[in-house]
Design a protein around this ligand. Structure first.
Ligand code: SF4
Ligand code: SF4
Ligand code: SF4
Length: 349
């Protein structure tokens, strides 16, 4: 693996620009700072790369959603670790062709939702303090995130452990052709620093899950938890791991119309609308549990402010923990339910 020094974010932009100018990729999906704020864009003209903010600590959705069923043309994408993990997971589900993507991912020190504030420069401890003073919250998912460093990707950008600037690491050195980058080294203190942050976040996550488990003990408390859901489908549509090509809830059996609702209402004399909220949520839980990347995109887009992430943290920890699997960290690791051998889990026989 080659490791190189990137002095600053501008040097990363040069890497992106070079890939476009040299025709290694036909486009770059990256955050761009425009007059109306920061938004994700696909850039085909290398002159626009100067306007990008690849390391802006913003997250309003998981951009892996927009790469699902990608086509045949090469693009580079600059993503957060939870987005890169979703890409890897979708690859295993044959819903993303990673041969046509150059995935670039940087250490993530937390993000904010653009509706809460806009910053374009990478997050540092000093910047976090400033945000706190201005009452701009770091997203809940980020405060309890255990996987904030790049998983298996084409180009990793490391900030944690460096004393300013970044280390770029890649096995695909051909992507740097034409650039004169100085060789660098992964800082010796990096692992210890990563583990320190991970431990802090894990403690917060465990507290979150403990509090949720106290609340949710029975089907009745689950009904109560989801009582405000209006079945808008935002959580499903913006979840990168909700992968079914045909959702049950869009079939005649799942997407109930008045005749069917009348039929169901007749059983008890009354039917709550929208129907089947718990069934909907549990279906998503069953389908997504082994692959959820804990990005929190579902919670960000819920118009009823249901703390969906808390549920996912609990379910994902239990299910993925059972299979000793962490979704999306590697590209070729079999999915738990595909690689599962009967002899592995005697207790579920
Ligand atoms: S959940 Fe983790 S990887 Fe995703 S944006 Fe937050 S800190 Fe970054
Ligand atoms: S269920 Fe929520 S937290 Fe999990 S991958 Fe989907 S959007 Fe992200
Ligand atoms: S986003 Fe919220 S309100 Fe909409 S379906 Fe999901 S849980 Fe229900």
């Amino acid at each position: 693996m080659g490791t190189y020094i990137l002095e600053n974010e501008e040097a990363l932009k040069k890497v992106l620009e070079n890939m476009l100018r040299k025709g290694m990729v036909e486009g770059v999906m990256v955050q761009t700072a425009g007059e109306s704020g920061v938004f994700t864009s696909i850039i085909t003209d290398p002159d626009f790369i100067s306007k990008t903010a690849p390391l802006a600590p913003l997250f309003s959705n998981n951009n892996a959603v927009f790469l699902q069923n990608n086509g045949t043309r090469n693009i580079a994408v600059v993503v957060k670790p939870c987005e890169a993990r979703a890409i890897n997971e979708l690859k295993k589900l044959n819903q993303i062709n990673t041969d046509k993507l150059v995935v670039i991912c940087a250490d993530c020190q937390g993000t904010i939702n653009p509706r809460d504030g806009l910053i374009t420069e990478p997050l540092t401890e000093a910047k976090k303090k400033e945000l706190e003073k201005d009452s701009i919250p770091i997203r809940k998912a980020c405060t309890v995130c255990e996987h904030f460093t790049p998983p298996e990707v084409d180009i990793s950008i490391m900030a944690i452990g460096t004393t300013g600037g970044y280390i770029l690491a890649t096995d695909r050195e051909e992507l740097l052709d034409g650039l004169e980058l100085k060789a660098g080294e992964i800082p010796s203190g990096r692992n210890a620093e990563v583990e320190k942050i991970r431990k802090e976040n894990l403690e917060k996550k465990e507290k979150m899950v403990e509090e949720l488990d106290k609340k949710l003990g029975s089907p009745d408390t689950l009904v109560e938890f989801f009582k405000d859901c209006i079945r808008c489908d935002n959580c499903r549509d913006m979840c990168p791991i909700c992968y079914c090509k045909q959702c049950y809830f869009e079939t005649p059996l799942g997407d109930l119309r008045t005749d069917e609702m009348l039929h169901q209402a007749a059983t008890k004399g009354i039917l709550r609308i929208p129907p089947d909220i718990l069934f909907y949520q549990l279906t998503r839980n069953i389908h997504v549990a082994a692959g959820c990347v804990e990005c929190g995109a579902c919670e960000e887009v819920c118009p009823r402010d249901i703390p969906l992430l808390d549920v996912w943290k609990s379910i994902t920890g239990n299910v993925q923990g059972l299979f000793e699997y962490v979704s999306g960290m590697k590209r070729d690791e079999p999915l738990p339910l595909v690689g599962f051998k009967e002899s592995e889990l005697e207790e579920v026989k």
